[in-house]
Design a protein around this ligand. Sequence first.
Ligand code: C2E
Ligand code: CA
Ligand code: CA
Length: 431
Amino acid sequence: MNKIASPAYYKTFDKGDVIFKQGERGDCAYIIEKGSVEIILHMPDGSQQPISTRGAGAIIGEMALVDRENRTATVIAREDCTLLEISEEEFARRLDTTDPIIQMAMKVILLRYRDMLTRVGVLSESGLLPSVEDLERESTSHSDAVSSIKLVNELKEALAEDQLELYYQPINDIKDGHVLGFEALMRWNHPQRGLVPPNEFIPVAEESGLIIEMSKWALQRACTDLAHIEQELGMTGLLYMSVNFSGKDLAAENFSYHVYETLSQTDTDAAKIQIEITERMLMENPEKAQETLALCRNAGMRIAIDDFGTGYSSLSYLHHFPINCLKIDRSFISKMLHSDSSLRLVQSIISLAKNLGMSVTAEGIEEQEELDKLERMACDFGQGYFFARPLPLSDIIKTLREKDMLPDPERLKLSAQDEDLIAQTPELSAD
Ligand code: C2E
Ligand code: CA
Ligand code: CA
């Protein structure tokens, strides 16, 4: 007989008590707290076969809960036992929040196990069980988990086969519109789907951890491309590159080591690299983020908080991180001309940044009026379609020249170089 101990989710059984019976519909599983149990199989010919004993810490009866079938064995207390009961509801809740692929794998394993027991004549349930094929088909169709696994595999291939690309969006001086640096934004040049935007693959890359490899690749490529851009523009050492990182990157072992290594391999001055990270990602693992960012900062890199204003309402965390720049989220910039509260928020972020000795960048500037307003509010830097969209390396230099974004002395230097070139090339000067 079951004796209910206190608290109610503990059950006690005396030596010899039947805890559950083979063939019964199970409604709970147990973890053995104290004592031990014997597991017995009842064979279709009426004989009994003890198959194992389990002691403290073991879980029993979970199978029937996973696939909602009957118990496959009888369990008897070998001595007085205390068991922690896991109810069917509790089990279902935990199972439902598990990755659907794990759920499917568990159910299929159990079904195959039951099928095997039936074939070797231990169970006589043949024909009552659903087919593994039906279960698999039901679980894999319409499953987001399956598409995300496909996507992860495709992304691995993308990394290996050089399908990833970086686009560069200029970051400009608000006052004169001259380019100061770039933000590197990832694109996936999918062989069938064409250019895939990052919002469709970065979240899956983050979830799977693949982002770590992708970020390493991005930093390496961004450093190489920055050197190329600077060289083409005759602006060596004058521009910076802002690279996006995720919380997973900051938490990864050796993140800062890999960053240093990439900088040294590409011969990039750390002061030219800005690390972008959102508030949300900082707060995923604040201690680790603080430690990693301090290492990056000590090496001379800059740290920017991306999408500022959309994350944590508490500003106290700002003191704990070595931050150089706040990037005001695009949503506030796009609303500020029509919404007083957005305008006040933008103004407050600018003041906050100044008070804390940080610089401030406005994201998503699309109109001249927004730019004028930001200039009056003493915002330092701006980024947005008004200046330029993110562009592939092959277009960026041409666009900077066409849009007159190069700083004056450099522009003079460049046009002088162009004139020299034209003078030395009779066919061109004739045009
Ligand atoms: P983000 O870091 O906030 O990047 C800015 C996004 O705003 C970019 O979208 C950019 O194209 C877009 N944008 C810039 N100016 C304007 C504008 O004036 N108007 C409008 N409507 N949009 C503008 P994108 O390139 O699609 O990137 C989306 C997000 O994907 C990024 O947001 C970032 O969170 C993530 N992402 C992109 N590349 C990387 C990467 O290499 N690593 C990581 N971890 N995340 C990345
Ligand atoms: Ca960013
Ligand atoms: Ca942003």
